[in-house]
Design a protein around this ligand. Structure first.
Ligand SMILES: [Zn+2]
Length: 85
């Protein structure tokens, strides 16, 4: 593989990533387009080490993010506004 070809491939990756970023930044991740998966790590020797978290994914643009806590209701949209500032 030539150096030139490698650079072309990296340029393509950059272009694609920029496009994905642009799509995600415009997506409002509507609640009905979000998928949630709750996770927990419990039963630890020390109960304060137990933790709950929720993985969210927008099915419209593919953006994924994680929220602490087991109560996922409403986190999709509210966490996004935090995420975007
Ligand atoms: Zn989205």
């Amino acid at each position: 593989m030539s150096k030139k070809r490698l650079k072309e491939l990296f340029d393509q990756i950059n272009t694609c990533q920029e496009e994905i970023q642009s799509i995600r930044s415009k997506c409002k991740h509507p609640e009905n387009m979000c998928e949630y998966a709750q996770h927990s790590d419990t039963g630890n020797w020390c109960p304060s080490d137990d933790s709950y978290w929720t993985n969210n994914q927008c099915l419209k643009c593919g953006h994924r993010w994680m929220v602490d806590g087991g109560d996922y209701r409403g986190t999709c949209v509210s966490k996004l506004s935090q995420f975007l500032g």
